[in-house]
Design a protein around this ligand. Structure first.
Ligand SMILES: Cc1cc2nc3c(=O)[nH]c(=O)nc-3n(C[C@H](O)[C@H](O)[C@H](O)COP(=O)(O)O)c2cc1C
Length: 353
């Protein structure tokens, strides 16, 4: 899982673009999600919102240093602002990978201190690092020294056995003293034994008030809240107490939600007027991916949520699921699926003929 980010992606997109060094807005972010926030999902997200800050899947420092670096870091400049999430704890390796993030044009480099999987714990990656604030601080300092990019940390409010308010403050004290200004806080603890990564996203209770209290205690730090957020109403509520919101599963299962982000949170127009327009805007990208040998199913699975909750959405999903995996399946599968969903305004136009 961890060593294999975006294995499906075979793009040839510009490596080594120049980073602008500009601080991205974190008012509205989409969470890093393994196998989900792939370049294909991110390309779709960008047809819906220009301002949402997107995160890559986690990539381990080991994979970047010893694996196919170019492949792991490849992305399309269209995806900016885009943060690279790293998994690791060795200060030298983190510094090296932070430099790579800058060379490849990312907008931010983020350290994962929230993932509870056994496999990452064995390598001192993810949530187990909440028990080692000095190590995280050392890694963060090394990253800051290595790059001009903003260095941020995504973490939990605790882990089992280290779940007191004092433990959390010790973590934030030490990591902020190392120079980290932005903390993205998943508002529940991680239970490192006995719960699967999936259960760890639902079972420990959400404690939003802990994140609000962090902002009160550290007003000079940027505090972004994450966990269980599903609507703009909830976002507005959280934004009264924190600097930004990060949505994961809802932004993936219902990506059209992102079409409201630019108008509602940034006062600017959405890039696509309709779901149909957003999907059609992806055609050249899908075509070029197919030409490069990417399997249609690897692209189309990230499009399935686009018509979530609208008439014809089920037929759209069914057509893609039944046809995208057939040998030689191409863009026409997506085009035919799209015809199964009535376009906004179409009903009125037909009625008036
Ligand atoms: C399929 C999946 C993969 C995930 N992978 C990562 C990851 O690579 N790095 C990370 O920090 N969090 C990861 N997460 C956790 C999310 O970033 C987020 O913290 C969590 O889903 C809670 O937010 P939500 O309730 O809005 O989904 C993952 C979550 C899901 C559902």
């Amino acid at each position: 899982m961890v060593e294999n980010a975006s294995s499906e992606y075979a793009g040839n997109l510009s490596a080594r673009t120049v980073s602008t060094g500009q601080e991205p807005s974190r008012r509205f972010c989409v969470a890093p999600m393994m196998d989900w926030t792939t370049p294909h999902y991110r390309y779709l997200a960008r047809q819906l919102s220009r301002h949402t800050l997107l995160y890559t899947e986690m990539v381990t420092t080991g994979a970047l240093i010893h694996g196919d670096t170019e492949r792991f870091l490849r992305h399309d400049p269209v995806e900016y602002p885009l943060a690279l999430q790293l998994g690791g704890s060795d200060a030298g390796e983190l510094a090296h990978c932070a430099r790579l993030a800058e060379q490849f044009g990312f907008s931010e480099v983020n350290l994962n201190v929230g993932c509870p999987s056994d496999r990452v714990q064995n390598n001192m990656i993810g949530a187990c690092l909440m028990a080692h604030p000095d190590k995280v601080a050392e890694g963060v300092r090394a990253m800051i020294d290595a790059t001009r990019l903003p260095v941020t940390v995504k973490h939990r409010i605790g882990i089992n056995g280290r779940e007191s308010w004092e433990d959390l403050c010790e973590f934030v004290d030490k990591v902020s003293a190392a120079g980290c200004r932005t903390f993205i806080v998943h508002a529940r603890i991680a239970v490192l034994e006995g719960l699967s990564p999936k259960e760890n996203r639902d079972v420990p209770p959400l404690k939003y008030d802990w994140v609000y209290h962090l902002k009160q205690r550290y007003p000079h730090l940027e505090i972004i809240i994450n966990g269980g957020i599903r609507s703009f109403d909830e976002c507005h509520q959280h934004l009264q107490h924190t600097d930004g919101v990060m949505l994961g599963r809802e932004a993936y299962h219902n990506p059209w939600l992102l079409a409201g982000v630019d108008p509602v949170f940034f006062g600017s127009e959405a890039p696509s007027a309709s779901r149909h327009d957003a999907l059609r805007a992806m055609y050249p990208f899908i075509r070029s991916e197919l030409e490069r040998g990417v399997f249609l199913g690897h692209i189309s699975r990230h499009l399935l949520g686009l018509f979530h909750g609208v008439p014809g959405g089920r037929q759209f999903r069914r057509y893609i699921s039944e046809n995208a995996h057939k040998p030689g399946a191409g863009l026409e599968v997506i085009q035919t699926a799209l015809e199964k969903v009535r376009e906004p305004g179409q009903a009125r136009a037909e009625a008036s003929v």
